[in-house]
Design a protein around this ligand. Sequence first.
Ligand code: C2E
Ligand code: CA
Ligand code: CA
Length: 763
Amino acid sequence: MNGHAHSDRVGVAAADRWWHCNALFRIVSSERRRVMLLALLAFALMAAANLTVLYVIERGRRDEERSAARYAALDAAADIQMEITQSLSTLHLLRAMVHESAGSAPNFERVAGQMLPSFPAVSALQLAPGGVVQRVVPVHGNERVIGHDLLKDPSRENEALKAVQTRRMTLAGPFTLIQGGTGMVARMPVFLSRPEGEDPFWGFATALIRTDDLMRAAGIEQLPQLGYDYRLTRWIPGQSEEQVIAASVGTRIPASEIQQVVVPNGEWQLSVGRRGGWGSPWLIVFEASVSVFVAALVGGLTYMLLNQPLALRREVRMRTSELEFQANHDDLTGLANRSLLCDRTEQAIRHARRVGSSVALLLADLDRFKTINDSLGHSIGDELLVTVSRRLAGILRESDTLSRLGGDEFVIVMADVRHEADVVTVCDKLIHALAQPVRVRGTVAYPGGSIGVAVFPRDGDSPETLLRNADAAMYRAKEHGRGRYCFYESSLNVRVKRRLALEAGLREAISRGELEVRYQPKLSTASGRIVGAEALLRWISPSLGEVSPAEFVPLAEETGLIAGIGEWVLIEACRQLRIWHDGGHQGMKVAVNLSALQFRQRNLAQRIEHIVRDAGVPASSLELELTESMVMENAEEAASLLDALRALGVSMALDDFGTGQSNLSYLERFPIDALKIDKSFIARAPEDDGAAAISRAVVALARNLDLRVVAEGVESPAHWNFVCESGCDEAQGFLFSRAIDAPALGALLADQASLRSLGTFSG
Ligand code: C2E
Ligand code: CA
Ligand code: CA
């Protein structure tokens, strides 16, 4: 992402909210999809079940329809057959009549006229003696038949001849009749009977059966009334052609029920089908539509039923998520609040632990927010905070968390930090961004900001510790002049750093002339005059300032540097003493502190002898200050060294007396000249009875052993009074003077009266 696009972002807050909504939307839409699927499934199952039932019912219905049609066809076929059979029976009667009358048949017209109404299929009866039609009933309509020679008719002679030959009745047709229409002709050959010889052929008795009449007689028109189509056909003998005898439709009937009609000259086929086909497509369509509609209803109902709790849950979730967002975000800026910050920090720490990276916590505090808020009003202050938060968000990566702790404190968590340089870069950018003016409602404010940084794991491993340390670092940044950032340094770190700096500086201190010896005067309690001075070392470091010997002497001891430094102090103090002696203060003594390391040097006595000699001062004006522990550490060697020093004429004082083990037995064994009561006793003695008692006991003990007693840390007249009363010999302390440089002490020595006027003590 480039910088511009980055700064255009509405901010981490908006992104956060967007993310929140997006996650919710994903959950909701996946649930909705699930419900939709379930509803669809319900629909599909319902539709499948409905359609299956519908199919079974429909098939049953079709079967029923077909069998009904089959029976109707069977009935019709039987009726046709019966009508034909009955119709033909008329010819048997005519033959009997001709036979009886030996061919004259005088009653033919009357009998035929009486018979015809009883045989509705028969439309005419004829007698054809010798094969030529001569008499016909009824005459009307059949006039044209008379004179027709059946044996000579080319289309019909075959049948006629066949009848003569077989002596049996034949049936011909249907065919187109001479009288018009179609019909069949049944011929009965009539032979007269002769008692002797062959029966002679008389002629034919014929019956005309009109197809229409036959059909009407068989009641076939009932089929269309019942809703059936029919088609009665036959194969014309000798031709591969189908002849339609009677039909309710012009075309073949598909999927029809077929029945055979057995007639004397062959077989006819009666096919019967339902008008409009089997079953009722519209009913099917209607029923299927209803089924699908019902299934859709069930599907919809399922969706509604399932979706209702879902919608409720969605609502609850949306509200909860909103509340969650509010609980974790700052109302004003929409940034993460403290609790979310802690979560994110913990998360970042866990991740950093796994992958071995760092987490940086940056606490930014506006430098002048309070002033702006107080002078321009809270609403402008709020707007300023929003603007600043957007500005900060623009600098950060997507993975960083920006939060507001309240007030004008912003905290940034940088996760997965690999190089501390990255943190520095971000700090620079943030400081720069904070330093830019902010325009709010026409006024321009310069909030500025300081940042404190704490880094996991170095500066802490919990959000609380990191936050505390970042806060401390932020305060340090403010101390150092605001508008800057500071990394947290633990006190341990600071100590180590200072120690390193001290060590590095101390090596150079002597050669660079940074060390100085100051002198603190010691006064006699008897005379109130300066009788000596304690040489106290000072290090004036250009980088670290004035460093206390309490701090650098132990370090010099550890590093061994004290050997050189201590010797330099001895030389310097003796050189100075010589100056004072030469200046007329021959009684002046100087006390030099010895370090433990110096005390362990084998040739210490010789060295001191040299120094004293070189300086040209009597060894008796030099006092060495030792501590109890130095003497006790190696009592044998200490004893011989002290003896050697005593032999030189140097005097020895036990420093800080009362703070060590104070094993009093060694006071007899070692050649000690003086005890210095530690300043902690003197400080408490005037009020504290215990401290006073110890001090008095020390003085009494010293008296017994013939030792001088020096009191340190005399800061007040009360101290001075106590010191005088308790019988100390000498005293030193801020009441008279701090450790001062040699010229200053020289001036004091020259004018003891002025010193006396410094203190309000009685001397
Ligand atoms: P110390 O030997 O006990 O020195 C006396 C300390 O008490 C000095 O501190 C002095 O400034 C301080 N002092 C004097 N009067 C008063 C007073 O009235 N009230 C209070 N509160 N303090 C008073 P300083 O100069 O900081 O020296 C500290 C320690 O450093 C000395 O304690 C001594 O142990 C060591 N030291 C100083 N110079 C040398 C040196 O040249 N060599 C060695 N080895 N150690 C030295
Ligand atoms: Ca001392
Ligand atoms: Ca002391």
